[in-house]
Design a protein around this ligand. Structure first.
Ligand SMILES: Nc1nc2c(c(=O)[nH]1)N[C@H]1C(S)=C(S)[C@@H](COP(=O)(O)OP(=O)(O)OC[C@H]3O[C@@H](n4cnc5c(=O)[nH]c(N)nc54)[C@H](O)[C@@H]3O)O[C@H]1N2
Ligand SMILES: Nc1nc2c(c(=O)[nH]1)N[C@H]1C(S)=C(S)[C@@H](COP(=O)(O)OP(=O)(O)OC[C@H]3O[C@@H](n4cnc5c(=O)[nH]c(N)nc54)[C@H](O)[C@@H]3O)O[C@H]1N2
Ligand SMILES: [Mo]
Length: 763
């Protein structure tokens, strides 16, 4: 198998890539200054990911954070003359990369369906139009308020307050496609839907299990923490169906010896490669192995005092056959025993996970199985031990804390009602799945998006595009042009907003916003680059202006809130637990920690104890229906995962390379095991079509993808999101979470009928 994969991650190529991005932004001077301020006290929060900040060292950015910053802070702009030149039909033919590369949106625009062009509109007219459209709806639940995880605490708090005062809980958000399963599982098992560790715990841990995550690309600052832990003797166990190079060897770009010499640090002590969606079986194997061979290490005191349901769970584990565990995971039984022994013999253990765990049918039960393991061993609620879902978007966790939630808790609603002396809607609202279905069937009519790119991020691209086009009116509050602006047929607005790097000057002076990272640290962020255009407004101001115009009888002075964000923080301080004295608390460098009830051994579950979850091991990554259909087919059925390349941020494509996997200049690729390729008679670079299987009669097919022979378990495939999203049926969602099963799609692969040429774009 020929491979262009590097033998380590980080190092000099990361530095070269960072410099290239900064130069390409055409704002090199500002962006060098930006990089020196990122993730520092008094600076701004990196929009690249939600990993926590450290006070160590001089430079607090990584290669991919630099890409995100340089991509946002560019000289190029998209305004009136651009939209006069390009009709929407013409723009639709462009790639996602091309669309965003045109630059920052710099002027509010309204779609004219007669000319098929976006045309300028004034801010006042835009706000008036939104108010009129919302107030003309026959039911408040015909409006959908989507949020992407970059919105600040201030903007998202105002947004949910506005939506609820308008009358609905329809708050679909990117979490529904991301860590939803983590929130649900953790809430059920331990009473709080967030992680239980802080950054310093990583340096106290004697083992860290990293499940379904590619931090070398998606959380490169986490690599510095893993590197430091590994150097201190912590045993890192990686569990991933691909051998991600950063989890094998990493050279820190911030350590001169590793940068200039040919040195690197071995990260993983053990690396298991289970088949897609089989982590629940693998974790059950770890538990079974510990019960059978290390029972003296089980923390019976913890189980007795803090938990409930262990006896039933233990019985279920003992009744699970080793044969099922081994055949489902494809992992050698000795390797499962080795990993179990590492866990059992660890003083302190942390488990981290991301999308490789959350985007499957059985994700909620998988995460609950992982919690079972930690509970059985008492590896939670103490220093150096616990659970760490590694969040994606830089403020996605904060959004939820601020109330962006289609199923708000009764306690949260009561606090809002009490403070604002107004009734709040009590019924459950729409998540992304329900919102898209409602728009598709035209029962919802208005879509407002605070950031993001729902058209490309959501599954079943054709269904999603139809849903968005069916909306009578849509509003996209965005920084860059993307596919969501083009999925329009009726009336629509693009409202250009400031980004994280930019100075946000309001009546009361320059404003700061706040965010919450994956460790529940809340801190301030303030940009200082001059805004790309005078016509861009802050997200917070846009939301306040919409609320001001729409809620004509409101007792809240919305415009005063946008003049001075500390007034919004006062609302937050009164209505959200843990935010008392909010304005004072953020004056401290790196902010404050929202303490977890778990760490004081308080379990806010039904039983007031941590709960073991007892479930029969599912027989496959798919639903039973799908399994039957798959088995009836004569062709070989694969499980396909969609993932990120090293050159993208979600639907934002920075370039066409995936350096750590040895891919250059292409994105329409399918990674395939050499034996599977041989079985199908495929060679490296074979051009193929991929068809997904689902229980409806709709054909979902993509052509012109190129096979890359790769070290991946047999019967598994991998490729990139969002190109493969058309294959994911809208109803193919995780149990309980409704998260699209983006990492377990049943597909068939055939030689291409047309042998189209694949994409090669030089960047
Ligand atoms: N540069 C950059 N940074 C980002 C993002 C970005 O796009 N670019 N996106 C941000 C966001 S919103 C998020 S949510 C995070 C995403 O961060 P990740 O979760 O790291 O993102 P993915 O690329 O989806 O990678 C999933 C990983 O899980 C593995 N995997 C897939 N299925 C399975 C499985 O069944 N079992 C196991 N054990 N492993 C599996 C894949 O091989 C891959 O390594 O990153 C955030 N940070
Ligand atoms: N098949 C498949 N689908 C997936 C995934 C997968 O792994 N596989 N991952 C899922 C995950 S984890 C996530 S989180 C979602 C992501 O879904 P989203 O959050 O909706 O998508 P993004 O690509 O992050 O959004 C990019 C757009 O956000 C806008 N933007 C950027 N910065 C700002 C800002 O500061 N303010 C505002 N207002 N707008 C801004 C820009 O216009 C840009 O085009 O996708 C999901 N979809
Ligand atoms: Mo995400």
């Amino acid at each position: 198998m020929k491979s262009n994969k590097p033998n380590k991650a980080g190092g000099m190529p990361s530095v070269t890539s960072t410099i290239k991005q900064v130069i390409r932004s055409q704002r090199a001077k500002e962006n060098i200054k930006n990089l020196l301020r990122v993730n520092k006290a008094g600076g701004f929060d990196c929009p690249g990911c939600a990993w926590g900040d450290s006070s160590e060292g001089m430079l607090h950015f990584c290669e991919n954070g630099a890409k995100a910053i340089a991509w946002e802070s560019t000289e190029r702009t998209v305004g009136e003359s651009f939209f006069a030149e390009y009709s929407v039909a013409r723009l639709r033919k462009q790639s996602d990369y091309w669309l965003e590369y045109q630059g920052r949106l710099s002027q509010p625009m309204r779609y004219n369906r007669h000319s098929d062009h976006y045309e300028p509109i004034s801010w006042d007219e835009a706000f008036e139009l939104i108010a009129n459209k919302l107030n003309a709806l026959s039911s408040v639940d015909q409006a959908e308020f989507y949020t992407s995880g970059r919105a600040s605490n201030e903007a998202s708090y105002l947004y949910q307050l506005f939506g609820r005062l308008f009358g609905t809980n329809n708050f679909p958000d990117c979490s529904n496609m991301c860590h939803e399963a983590s929130g649900i599982a953790l809430k059920k098992s331990i009473g709080v839907g967030k992680g239980t560790v802080v950054l310093d715990d990583f340096y106290e841990a004697s083992t860290i299990f990293v499940y379904g995550q590619n931090p070398g690309t998606n959380h490169p600052r986490m690599m510095n923490s893993l590197r430091k832990a590994a150097k201190n003797g912590c045993k890192i166990v990686s569990i991933n169906n691909l051998r991600e190079v950063a989890l094998e060897k990493f050279a820190s770009p911030q350590k001169p010896l590793e940068l200039l010499g040919n040195q690197s640090v071995d990260i993983s002590h053990l690396y298991l490669t289970p088949k897609l969606g089989s982590d629940i079986a693998l974790i059950r194997g770890l538990v079974k192995s510990i019960i059978e061979y290390h029972s003296e290490k089980i923390d019976n005191n913890f189980i007795m005092q803090q938990t409930q349901g262990f006896a039933d769970y233990q019985l279920m584990v003992m009744n699970t056959d080793w044969q099922d565990i081994v055949s489902q995971t494809g992992v050698d039984i000795d390797d499962i025993h080795k990993a179990a022994s590492v866990f059992a013999n660890s003083k302190n253990a942390i488990s981290t996970w991301a999308m490789g765990i959350t985007q499957h049918k059985h994700s909620v039960d998988t995460i609950r199985e992982l919690v079972n393991l930690h509970l059985m061993m008492g590896q939670i609620a103490r220093k150096g031990a616990g659970l760490c879902p590694v969040r994606g978007h830089s403020n996605v966790q904060g959004n939820r804390t601020m109330g962006i939630n289609e199923k708000p808790s009764a306690d949260f609603l009561a606090r809002l009602e009490n403070y604002f002396q107004t009734p709040m809607p009590q019924n459950s609202g729409h998540n992304v799945h329900a919102a898209l279905k409602a728009l598709h069937s035209k029962s919802s009519k208005v879509l407002i998006c605070l950031g993001g790119n729902i058209a490309a991020a959501a599954p079943d691209s054709e269904f999603t595009a139809r849903a968005l086009k069916n909306s009578e009116f849509s509003v996209q509050i965005s920084t860059k042009l993307n596919r969501s602006h083009l999925s329009v047929e009726n009336d629509a607005l693009i409202l250009p907003c400031l980004g994280r790097t930019e100075l946000d000057e309001q009546q009361a002076g320059p404003q700061q916003i706040t965010v919450e990272d994956t460790f529940s640290m809340v801190h301030a962020s303030a940009g200082n680059t001059p805004p790309v255009s005078k016509s861009c407004l802050s997200e917070t101001e846009i939301v306040a202006q919409i609320a001001n115009k729409t809620l004509t009888n409101s007792s809240i002075d919305w415009l005063a809130l946008k003049d001075d964000y500390s007034k919004i923080r006062e609302f937050i301080a009164y209505t959200i637990e843990g935010f008392e004295d909010f304005n004072q608390k953020i004056s401290v460098p790196f902010g404050f920690h929202l303490a977890s009830s778990v760490n004081s051994l308080k379990w806010n579950t039904d039983s007031q104890k941590a709960e073991f979850n007892t479930t029969v091991l599912p027989s496959s990554a798919f639903s039973t229906d799908l399994q039957l259909i798959s088995e009836a087919r004569k062709e070989k059925i694969f499980t396909l995962q969609t993932m990120r390349s090293h050159d993208q941020f979600n639907t934002t494509i920075y370039g066409m390379d995936d350096r750590y996997r040895g891919i250059k200049g292409e994105r329409k690729v399918i990674f395939m095991n050499p034996k599977d390729a041989q079985h199908l008679g495929f060679e490296e670079s074979e051009v193929v079509e991929i068809e997904s299987i689902w229980t409806d009669n709709i054909t979902r097919k993509l052509d012109g993808f190129c096979v890359r022979i790769y070290d991946i378990p047999s019967s598994n495939l991998a490729g990139y999101y969002p190109e493969l999203n058309p294959l994911i049926a809208i109803d193919s969602v995780g149990d309980q979470s409704f998260t699209p099963t983006s990492k377990s799609i049943a597909v068939i692969v055939r030689k291409s009928q047309q042998a189209q040429k694949i994409d090669v774009i030089t960047t």
